[in-house]
Ligand binder design. Structure first.
Ligand SMILES: Cc1ncc(C[n+]2csc(CCOP(=O)(O)OP(=O)(O)O)c2C)c(N)n1
Ligand SMILES: [Mg+2]
Length: 340
């Protein structure tokens, strides 16, 4: 397994900011807290009967904010998956857009309210809609990375998926092709230990997903997916490699989802409460906030103000989005057939 070279490695601590200014560090905090509170609100809305279905990534925020913050929004191509709320918000998707998506409203840029929620698509941010079969987005990312390379464009492609999805053939084809052609693409695997109810040990016979990179002759790295700055550093390195024509990287972020698979899932059937509580202690949002407090980059009062501001922003976005028109019945035929 290739890991981040020693000289590029950093840990939480003194000079750990990897060239990030205080303003950038605080912006990442804002995005972490926004993502968590927005996703929690989605669950509340679903439980109140105001949203049909939620699938979200509470617990995955560091894995997503850390990778997305290392991208150039609107320049690099992004192929997310259904838990990618935090990555999308980091790239510039607004809370209003997120709730248009959740409520399946006609103005939802992702699909006009026709797709299921969490199928993100935002043209201005080069965030490309995925299909529901898991891992298909890895091939889409590789196709775009090939186009980037052939056209000589200054961009990279990044795709996100879960570790269970790495059992799909698509994933292996994507890695193989990307490595043969040294394509500028990053595969981010958010390894949360489960594919719905299946624990990792039933999904694969190896310890780390990134170990598979060697079989394709490409770089692989495993990082603590709950450590925002470690994720950022590793992503920064991998993206830099891709930009310089050094080919793809398989980046595994080990993390945990602290919510059920979706609002239709009862996770008590397959994991203990003790396990969930243990992981909740390693919560990436709390952990990063604690770090900023220790480093005196943030005060408790400021953190509280951030939460208040975010809650107001979310409340406004929910109220606004809920009032927007639903799709018309005929909209379901849009984008299915050529229109004359
Ligand atoms: C090809 C395919 N098989 C099965 C499913 C049903 N399914 C949706 S999500 C999921 C679990 C995927 O787990 P993982 O890749 O680890 O991602 P996580 O949900 O844990 O983030 C499955 C089996 C699907 N959408 N597509
Ligand atoms: Mg998983």
């Amino acid at each position: 397994m290739t890991t981040v070279p020693e000289k590029q490695r950093l840990s939480e601590g003194a000079a750990a900011h990897h060239g990030l200014s205080e303003a950038q560090l605080l912006d990442m905090h804002y995005k972490m807290v926004l993502a968590r509170r927005l996703q929690d609100r989605c669950y509340i809305l679903q439980r109140q009967g105001r949203a049909a279905f939620v699938i979200s990534g509470q617990g995955h925020e560091a894995a997503q904010v850390g990778t997305a913050a290392a991208l150039r929004a609107g320049v690099d191509w992004v192929f997310p998956y259904y838990r990618s709320h935090a990555a999308c918000l980091t790239l510039g998707v607004t809370p209003r857009e997120m709730f248009l998506n959740l409520f399946a409203k006609r103005a939802d840029p992702a699909s006009g309210g026709i797709q299921m929620p969490s199928h993100w698509s935002y043209k201005r941010l080069k965030i490309v809609s995925g299909s529901s079969p898991v891992a298909t987005q890895t091939l889409h990312a590789v196709g775009v990375a090939l186009a980037i390379k052939r056209r000589g464009e200054d961009a990279i492609a990044i795709t996100y998926l879960g570790e269970g999805s790495t059992s799909q053939g698509d994933f292996h084809e994507a890695l193989n092709f990307a490595s043969i052609h040294k394509l500028p693409v990053i595969f981010v695997v958010e390894n949360n230990g489960y594919a719905i109810s299946e624990p990792t040990w039933k999904e694969m016979a190896i310890e780390n997903v990134s170990d598979r990179a060697a079989a394709y002759g490409m770089k692989g790295a495993t990082v603590d997916g709950n450590d925002l700055l470690a994720v950022y550093q590793t992503a920064h390195w991998a993206i830099d490699e891709a930009r310089r024509g050094h080919g793809p990287t398989l980046l595994e972020a080990k993390t945990y989802r602290i919510v059920p698979h979706s609002s239709d899932d009862d996770d008590r059937r397959y994991r203990t409460r003790k396990e969930v509580e243990e992981w909740a202690k390693r919560d990436p949002v709390d952990r990063y906030e604690r770090y900023l407090l220790e480093q005196k980059i943030l005060t408790r009062e400021e953190a509280e103000k951030v939460r208040q501001r975010i809650d107001e922003e979310i409340a406004e976005a929910v109220a606004w989005a809920e009032q927007q028109p639903d799709p018309e019945p005929g909209d379901m035929f849009k984008h299915q057939y050529a229109e004359s």
